[in-house]
Design a protein around this ligand. Structure first.
Ligand code: 5AD
Ligand code: SF4
Length: 435
């Protein structure tokens, strides 16, 4: 084999894209590629894109514009677009961006090796099918290289919920679960390679049905894997939080006390218009049940402000819900029109109004995050060390509650878990000393 070709992947958007990028790198490894973090020395550049909000797609086009000179300097450079923008506008990308050689949608990554061969021979390749086969079963096994202590593992893709604002059901397709035995063997393999924490991924992960016992059943099987220390899952829909999953939070030791449970709005009128199929009250009752099972659980969420038709009162209802829940961490967005989704046809909230609401919401969420972080000071928490910190002798890691923690621990090994006394609370992380 000649000298290895170099692959540069830029990943946008969610954690599932991070996972997919790893798997694409592995698939192209079989074609003789090694990873590089420099676009200017790459033989192939892949943009793994996100389509969830407007600006994400525009970023892709401007990034492609910036790649023109790279391609002029290196005519053999191949440029590919993957991910949800590829799925949604594959042909448009081919037309609008002649620098692009390859467009591949999220359900077709197992076809990358043959597509790569085709583009090396000078063709342009486009694949945005929703094939029947399991793409992960057809991707090459992960090589046996050592891994960072925390890994993502996709168990479920797609969504059947059709929230009125969201492109996911169109870009990732219908809900599909991977069989539990495949997930479990991939998990065992990760653990053999040094992984201590696995985050199960799915657009609607708690709708997982690849195990007789649903997601809770899968978590309980994972819980028995020796060497695995922590299990997390994301992202969940309130309507799929079943009793078994709530019970798992009470008695499954490795399941971490953190839950990302988006509600989007606190107004029943808006929730109905969003097609969320739950109310603010039912969400609050659900949170109560989850907290009864696991009192110290840290809750996280997603919010959209300025959804078409949202009034001042609707927005006040969102603030009230936030006050009632007390979140440890949240993501909030201004509504962004996605062509092809039901809400795109409706009258929009004025941009200035939406911006002001976003600022008010973020101020409140920021206060809550800070309060919960500050309350950790003085407590002893378990930290999984992930990498050396910024200062000499420092290690960086995550607590059970997913707080980033910097610890003075010169002798600690990456992948070890140690009790840490929290001594300070900063803007987005905690500091502590070995307890
Ligand atoms: N506009 C704004 N935010 C959106 N999200 C999804 N679609 C849109 C949209 N059209 C947000 C939701 C979701 C998160 C992943 O992104 O809050 O939970
Ligand atoms: Fe999108 Fe999540 Fe709603 Fe599915 S449940 S449509 S992924 S926001």
């Amino acid at each position: 084999m000649g000298e290895a070709k170099k692959l540069f992947i830029k990943t946008y958007g969610c954690q599932m894209n991070v996972y997919d990028s790893e798997r694409m790198a592995e698939a192209l490894g079989g074609q003789g590629y090694v990873a590089t973090d420099r676009a200017d020395e790459a033989d192939m550049i892949l943009l793994n894109t996100c389509h969830i909000r407007e600006k994400a797609a525009e970023k892709v086009y401007s990034e492609l514009g910036r790649m023109k000179p790279l391609k002029e300097a290196r005519p053999d450079l191949k440029i590919g677009v993957a991910g949800c923008v590829a799925q949604a506008e594959g042909e448009e990308i081919m037309r609008r961006a002649p620098v692009v050689d390859l467009v591949v949608g999220p359900q077709s990554y197992h076809r990358l090796p043959e597509m790569e061969t085709a583009v090396r021979q000078g063709a342009r390749a486009l694949d945005t099918d929703f094939p029947e086969e399991d793409k992960f079963a057809h991707l090459k096994a992960r090589p046996k290289a050592a891994r960072a202590p925390s890994a993502f593992l996709t168990v479920q893709e797609g969504c059947d919920k059709f929230c009125a604002f969201c492109v996911v059901p169109y870009t990732r397709g219908a809900e599909v679960s991977r069989p539990a035995d495949r997930v479990l063997s991939e998990a065992r393999d990760l653990v053999e390679r040094g992984v201590r924490e696995i985050t199960l991924l799915g657009q609607n992960v708690n709708a997982y049905h690849g195990h007789d016992g649903s997601l809770a059943g899968l978590i309980r099987d994972l819980d028995r894997i020796e060497g695995l220390a922590r299990i997390r899952y994301t992202t969940s829909h309130p309507n799929d939080m079943d009793d078994a999953l709530i019970a798992a939070h009470a008695d499954c030791e490795k399941l971490m006390p953190y839950l990302h449970l988006p509600v989007q709005s606190g107004s029943d009128r808006v929730l109905k218009a969003m097609n969320r199929k739950h109310t603010a009250e039912s969400y609050l009752r659900l949170i109560e049940r989850i907290r009864a099972a696991r009192p110290d659980i840290l809750l996280s969420g997603d919010f959209i402000v300025g959804f078409p038709g949202e009034t001042d009162q609707d927005f006040e209802d969102t603030l009230s819900l936030v006050r009632a829940v007390e979140y440890g961490q949240c993501y909030s967005f201004k509504y962004s029109t996605r062509p092809g989704t039901p809400a795109a046809e409706r009258a929009q909230v004025e941009d200035g109004v939406a911006t002001e609401r976003l600022h008010r919401l973020q101020a409140l969420l920021g206060e809550q995050q800070r309060r919960i972080q500050d309350a950790m000071v003085g407590r002893v928490v378990k930290v999984l060390f992930e990498k050396p910190g910024r200062l000499p002798g420092q290690m960086g890691g995550k607590s059970d509650h997913l707080h980033a923690v910097h610890v003075q621990a010169p002798d600690a090994a990456v992948g070890s878990i140690a009790p840490v006394r929290i001594t300070e609370s900063g803007a987005n992380s905690l500091g502590g000393v070995l307890a």
